[in-house]
Design a protein around this ligand. Structure first.
Ligand code: BTN
Length: 258
């Protein structure tokens, strides 16, 4: 089991052998008043949650499944930007280990065109600001491709597979949390500008690719360009219309990307 340690925000990581979902558990802790920067990690999740009601495959002891509680004083419309901030922090924490990492809008980490990590941000709205946000991260670390169910094969990869070595999960988690605390502090002071957006756009998986975007109940074919300082995806439709998407799910037009 991952041993507990002190997070950069100053509390002990809450580490479990198994939970249904680290995000569900932390949501309850947040309702009970847990502080900013609380972190929950589990070796295994029985009902790991993905975006859009999907399950997150969470086999025991192979990967990182963790959630971070943020009380960010962000306006409601800024909250989705925290997913990009998290993706940037993940990229920074792992880039020394693994070349070719890319960020897929709105909030995935890719390598060689395959998904290595997913981020699920869930918010409890307050009056004008978010009361809290639970950022849940699933990072495929020591799983090999045969450890994934058949329906995910060809769509996912892992850090260990890409680097051909195994990683110490606790050490990796420490490094990721350090970067996340650094980027989150930067975001609070400077919003999504400068360093964060440079990093994201320099490593943007969808840049100048033809995509299908599912947004607001519509499927739109377009060419993706970049992400702006509000976290919006800038794209041009086939008939030349310039678009800025604030939310949605994007796939490469050539086939489904998980
Ligand atoms: C996605 O669909 O890409 C987001 C997946 C997020 C999975 C992580 S694993 C840790 C945390 N707990 C959950 O139940 N989900 C998130």
């Amino acid at each position: 089991m991952i041993k507990s340690f002190l997070t950069p925000w100053g509390s002990e990581v809450l580490a479990f052998k198994s939970l249904d979902s680290t995000s569900r558990y932390l949501w309850q802790q947040a309702l009970d008043g847990a502080p900013h920067g609380s972190v929950v990690v589990a070796d295994h999740q029985s009902s790991g949650r993905g975006r859009r009601g999907r399950q997150w495959h969470s086999p025991t002891g192979l990967n990182l499944y963790f959630s971070v509680l943020l009380r960010p004083h962000s306006k409601l419309e800024q909250v989705p930007q925290l997913s990009l901030v998290t993706a940037a922090a993940l990229w920074k924490a792992l880039a020394d280990e693994c070349s070719g990492l890319q960020i897929k809008w709105p909030n995935d980490l890719y390598c060689q065109g395959l998904k290595m990590a997913g981020i699920l941000s869930e918010m409890k709205p307050g009056k004008n600001e978010a009361e809290f946000v639970i950022v849940g991260i699933g990072l495929n670390v020591n799983a090999r491709l045969s450890d994934f169910p058949p329906e995910l094969q060809g769509q996912v990869t892992s850090l260990g597979y890409e680097c051909d070595k195994d990683f110490d999960l606790a050490e990796l988690l420490k490094k990721i949390l350090q970067e996340l605390a650094f980027f989150e502090d930067k975001f609070c002071r400077e919003a999504l500008s400068g360093t964060i957006m440079d990093l994201v756009n320099r490593n943007f998986f969808l840049a100048e690719k033809d995509i299908m975007i599912h947004s607001g109940g519509h499927k739109i074919a377009c060419r993706a360009h970049a992400i702006d300082d509000s976290g919006h995806l800038l794209a041009t439709t086939k008939d030349g219309q310039k678009m800025a998407f604030s939310a949605g799910e994007a796939w490469l037009d050539k086939g489904t990307v998980y």
